[in-house]
Design a protein around this ligand. Structure first.
Ligand SMILES: NC(=O)c1ccc[n+]([C@@H]2O[C@H](COP(=O)([O-])OP(=O)(O)OC[C@H]3O[C@@H](n4cnc5c(N)ncnc54)[C@H](O)[C@@H]3O)[C@@H](O)[C@H]2O)c1
Length: 287
């Protein structure tokens, strides 16, 4: 018996990176998957997003585990698109939905035009999570588990004063992640009588295309005009207490799998950091 045997999981941003890793890990443990991803770029964002071939590869990897997958292109900013994918996916995979992993997201540092980047980041990282949850609600069974991807950026108390007006796309990321954390807190509270759980996983630097991108290198090495991966790697360590520049998607998937499974049946409303101790560097002990 797999740890999520017979469950159906809806995963956004599933074409590559963490989303693909979550979909495959859940399938390895017995879940069927409904996967969506935009599979094209968002103009204001200064690194490439996935391509249709990436989503096809996720489907191949899930099918290799022996589980089923309904994989479609869709934009989390558009709730009607998500609803249509879910309607088809749930009908094909047995009429129920047990797990939601709202993973799709973008980083908007130095996005252009700046206020378009603000809009695209808020719409994807905040409204995209809300859309994934709301579109799932008609299908969620009692006892289901909802998992949203936050970021350690939601937890760090960075000085606002230095940032006022400078990089709306970059700041929108922190704003969206904070607000989605509060949304999940409130949702978890009020859905609890149905034994539905909702939690946020907050990854630190994770080894995906989003991290390994020119805008991210620039934000960690603002002293260089065109920093490379080798330039950024030592600077990436600042985010963690355990001496690593980043964690791997599989490290986040293991947390997602735990929260998706019945092993965590009484765990809800948590803000679970998978941050190699980064938070510990920022804050004294408090409850
Ligand atoms: N990589 C990190 O260092 C890191 C750290 C903390 C949090 N995160 C979070 O993880 C997510 C990014 O995932 P990743 O690290 O695997 O990066 P990634 O860029 O490889 O994957 C993101 C996926 O989401 C898809 N996507 C983007 N916008 C979408 C939209 N509007 N609709 C549907 N799909 C869309 C992309 O096409 C891509 O396949 C974001 O939510 C981000 O905040 C990442």
């Amino acid at each position: 018996m797999g740890r999520v045997e017979g469950k159906v999981a809806f995963v956004t941003g599933a074409a590559r990176g963490q989303g693909r890793s979550h979909a495959v890990r859940l399938a390895e443990e017995g879940a069927d998957i409904i996967a969506v991803d935009i599979c094209r770029d968002i103009e204001s964002i200064k690194y490439s997003l996935s391509r249709p071939e990436d989503l096809e590869e996720t489907a191949r990897l899930v099918e290799k585990t022996g589980r089923r997958i309904v994989a479609e292109q869709g934009d989390v900013r558009d709730r009607a698109q998500l609803a249509a994918v879910l309607e088809r996916g749930v009908a094909e995979l047995g009429g129920h939905l047990d797990i939601v992993v709202a993973q799709a997201g973008i980083a908007g540092m130095k996005g252009e035009p700046p206020w378009q980047a603000w809009t695209d980041v808020i719409d994807t990282d905040l409204l995209g999570v809300i859309n994934a949850v709301q579109a799932s609600l008609p299908y969620l069974v009692d006892g289901a588990s909802v998992i949203a991807t936050g970021s350690t950026a939601a937890l760090m108390d960075v000085s606002k004063v230095d940032q006022v007006g400078k990089d709306p796309g970059g700041v929108a990321y922190m704003v969206a992640k904070r607000l989605l954390s509060q949304y999940i807190h409130e949702f978890a509270t009020h859905i609890a009588p149905r034994r539905i759980r909702a939690n946020v996983v907050h990854p630190t630097n994770t080894n995906t295309n989003m991290l390994q991108s020119e805008p991210m290198y620039q934000s960690f090495r603002p002293d260089l005009e065109h920093p490379t991966r080798a330039d950024a790697e030592p600077a990436f360590h600042v985010q963690q207490a355990i001496p690593v520049p980043w964690v791997e998607p599989a490290d986040i998937s293991n947390a997602v799998l735990f929260l998706a499974s019945d092993e965590s049946r009484f765990v809800t409303g948590t803000q679970l950091r998978v941050d190699a101790g980064g938070y510990l560097k920022w804050y004294d002990y408090h409850v």
